[in-house]
Design a protein around this ligand. Structure first.
Ligand SMILES: Nc1ncnc2c1ncn2[C@@H]1O[C@H](COP(=O)(O)OP(=O)(O)OP(=O)(O)O)[C@@H](O)[C@H]1O
Length: 463
């Protein structure tokens, strides 16, 4: 197992003069707990961790304050030739849970997260299980299996439909539709804002398909530099370009053979690669970079984007014929502010799930805190909600999360809160469902006065 296959590649990092705002955006976007800090040439100068972020926020630092004083300079770096035992030890004992990996030139290359190591082990056990199965069938039937899946370097799905928490009717409809088509091999395009759960859906579709015991391989088209993307997709032959491995390398398409290839952030794919991808999908075959042997594959494509593809097509940045290939089945996952009844359900589920991981014993949300979460617009969707709950839990430790453990932007948002007239009826009804019909609680949840609440109930004839 190679380190570069396990680590999460990092192509942006922060610099010492960056601010608390930059760090918050980085963490919300990447989901990592650690930000590498580098100089202009990409040499590692230190790290900035999620707990430093919380410390800055608690000390009342403004969003424009520089992160420099909170950078941890004494960081250990995992060398590229680490053994598996050393790797397990390093990840288990790392205080922040993530380790920076440098490339052979000593520049920041990626992060090793606990999640990526767990994934790699799941993949390894999948591989071993497959080998065992093959040995078993050899013994039973005394005949060689003629087809062997190239699962080295591929992964397996980590989530199923059960992991998707919702009680929103539109979400339930989407899940039912996707469950029906997940069995076959139709391509699926998942659309929706960042953090709405597109990746979770992709995993669940694969896990409930007939390909579930075959690889689930992800490519994030936005995270890989353009010049490396083609080799990442299609692999390369020995000596295809400077620095290429002597033996050549299989690409993600090949690794996903028999299974599913998940193309995340498809809107960021460069045009010339879009044409090659289209050809590979249509012909179910491709050539490695620098290769002349046609490689046949059977791969289901699931893609995801929050980009306005139709607009990109008009601007000639996305191929229309590729969109038709990808969106045979297309769903848009609604943002969290359109499914308000999921907010507290998700928040409480995260609290239960995260207590173990964080070593806390948080019992739930105090009523005013729940009101704040409910009223907020959640531009970062479920990812942002999960981060805020995590932060609130870390600050609370035990008992209920109160307003004081929630970030200021939620409170500021609440002060400005007025209900949009077009949403009024829906919001009233949803708040009543959320509170099991308790009008006093619903009033507090909506953050409006009692008289306004009753006035609006009358207006819409809600009893
Ligand atoms: N319905 C849900 N139930 C439980 N967890 C969820 C749900 N939706 C999203 N999450 C969690 O929220 C986080 C963000 O989800 P995910 O990465 O799937 O979003 P995304 O739409 O793919 O985001 P991006 O477009 O930024 O890649 C993940 O931790 C995921 O597990």
């Amino acid at each position: 197992m190679k380190l570069e296959n396990i680590m999460q590649p990092v192509n942006t990092y922060l610099q010492v003069h960056d601010t608390l705002k930059d760090a918050t955006e980085y963490m919300l976007e990447t989901k990592y707990n650690t930000i590498p800090i580098g100089d202009e040439e990409g040499n590692l100068l230190g790290i900035f961790t999620r707990s430093s972020l919380y410390r800055m926020i608690l000390s009342g630092a403004s969003l424009d304050s520089e992160i420099a004083p909170y950078i941890i300079k004494d960081v250990t770096i995992t060398a590229n030739d680490i053994t598996m035992d050393q790797l397990i030890h390093r990840v288990q004992h790392s205080k922040v849970g993530e380790t920076v990996i440098l490339d052979e030139n000593g520049k920041i290359a990626g992060l090793l997260t606990k999640q990526s190591v767990t994934r790699a082990f799941a993949e390894l056990s999948n591989h071993l299980r497959q080998e065992l199965n093959e040995l078993q069938s050899l013994r039973n039937f005394n005949q060689l299996s003629t087809k062997k899946d190239p699962i080295n370097g591929s992964s397996t799905s980590l989530y199923t439909w059960q992991d998707i928490i919702t009680r929103d009717s539109k979400m339930e409809e989407i899940i039912q539709t996707l469950k029906k088509i997940s069995k076959g091999s139709l391509p699926v395009l998942l659309r929706g804002a960042s953090g709405t759960g597109k990746e979770l859906f992709a995993h669940a579709i694969h896990a409930s398909s007939s390909r579930s015991n075959k690889p689930f391989v992800t490519i994030n088209c936005a995270a890989i530099p353009e010049q490396l993307l083609e080799a990442e997709f299609f692999g390369y032959e020995a000596g295809a370009f400077t620095g290429a491995e002597r033996k050549g390398h299989a690409g993600k398409f090949e690794l996903a053979h028999g299974g599913t290839l998940f193309l995340d952030e498809i809107g960021d794919m460069p045009l010339n690669l879009q044409s090659k991808l289209l050809r590979a999908i249509e012909g179910k075959s491709f050539y490695r970079v620098g290769g002349n042997q046609l490689i046949q594959v059977d791969v289901r494509i699931i893609s995801a984007t929050n980009a306005p593809l139709e607009k990109l097509i008009k601007e000639k940045k996305f191929r229309e014929d590729l969109l038709y290939r990808l969106n045979v089945m297309s769903v848009t996952i609604p943002p969290l502010h359109e499914r308000k009844n999921d907010i507290l359900l998700l928040a409480n589920t995260f609290i239960q799930q995260l207590n173990d991981e964080l070593g806390t014993s948080v019992a739930g949300l105090a009523e005013e805190a729940a009101g704040l979460l409910y009223a907020y617009d959640w531009p970062g969707n479920i990812r942002e909600l999960k981060n805020i709950i995590q932060r609130g839990m870390a600050l609370t430790g035990q008992g209920q999360i109160t307003m004081s453990s929630l970030p200021d932007e939620l409170k500021e948002n609440n002060m400005k809160r007025t209900i949009e007239p077009s949403n009024e009826k829906k919001e009233l009804e949803e708040a009543l469902i959320e509170t099991n019909g308790n009008k006093a609680k619903a009033t507090r949840l909506l953050g409006i006065s009692r008289s306004t609440f009753y006035e609006k109930m009358n207006k819409y004839g809600i009893i």
